[in-house]
Write a protein that binds this ligand. Sequence first.
Ligand code: ADP
Ligand code: MG
Length: 442
Amino acid sequence: QWARVSEQLRSEIGEHNHKSWIEPLECVSLQAGVVQFRAPSRFVGDWVKRNYQDQIFQRMRSDNPTIARIEFNVGTQPPRKSAARAPEIATPRESNLQGAPLDGKFNFDNFVVGKPNELAHAAARRVADGGDVTFNPLFLYGGVGLGKTHLMHAIAWELQGKRPDLQVLYLSAEQFMYRFVQALRERQIMDFKNLFRSVDVLMVDDVQFIAGKDSTQEEFFHTFNALVDQNKQIVISADRAPGEIKELEDRISSRMQWGLVVDLHPTDYELRLGILQQKAALFTQTYGPVQIGDGVIEFLAHRITTNVRVLEGALQRLFAFSSLIGQEVTMDMVQDCLSDILRTSDRRVTVEEIQRKVAEHFNIRLSDMLGPKRTRTIARPRQIAMYLAKELTSRSLPEIGRRFGGRDHTTILHGVRKVAEMRDTDSQIAEDIDLLHRLLQS
Ligand code: ADP
Ligand code: MG
């Protein structure tokens, strides 16, 4: 079975990754639903666990549904060179009140500040001063992987250092719910209430999770109010603005906006470059120095744009791989090692997709967009679609023309120019284009 699964994984994760991480694994036993793997070194074992465990598990399980778990052990072979260099990962200190463990790397020193996150960073810094409570709650929101959790941990670390007298509790909304349900079940709801009302700083991560969970959000609301009344600091994060979290009660969402609401904007190229440089320095501590070829960092910053976690994962993979084989990171290696990541972050828009979206947006028929009609209500959207096709795809003018019902490339060029002009003079058109741009790239 393992041979079969291993083959499936080869096409999923690419030849290079497969050779480095999957092939060295030995499937040693299956007992009582537990599959044991042996890895040649701790380094490989840890790596596989972090990056491929889920994939392996899902594949094994769809092959054999009795499998409940997979485990990785390290074989008897001596660890490879890079593993010997890797220092132990520091186990994070537990915070006082058994909140979620804090990641030692998520501190302010390791947080790179740029335009998109400077406000959130400044607000987090202010809270971490531990001085007067000036805005309460602090509500941080933004898309996945933009640094919300990092900032919250940083606040907790900083406060533990500066104000050891304060009880700081950090946990995810999910854990809040879990504890609440457990307290209900064990009839210890008074203990639960007392615990949460006795903290000085409460940080709840990913609060969108409790939206729609009625008794949990109710309890959270009471906790929240009790703490605010005592002038205790609260920090909350979510993946969107309070008002946009569906099924979050209005009174809760409006209460959350009493303090300061700041969002972490999507990263820009400059910030991504900064983050990559900083992570490269961190990874050097783990993997040793690694030569990185020209243009690699810029390429990554250019191509992996939505989620810092993915960006970081990509760089880490390159470090691990390069230190394993003892070679410089080249663009070839990037294409090989990161083919899966690059494929998904590489959302190529097609001309057809553009035509469909534009037609929908302007409420015209797709057949009219491609057909001969020249009335303004149809010709204008058609030209906008031509313009977007030129901007967002790598198609040539004749190729685009062919996809617009066999039009001549000069017609396309005319349309593209026309829209480019209007974009500068007509704010309504500029807005339409912006919106379509975003729709097409999400
Ligand atoms: P979120 O909680 O918003 O989904 P995280 O805080 O977990 O995102 O961040 C995802 C990863 O990206 C973490 O490893 C974090 O260290 C890193 N990261 C995000 N923003 C920054 C930044 N500005 N500087 C350094 N690392 C960052
Ligand atoms: Mg998070």
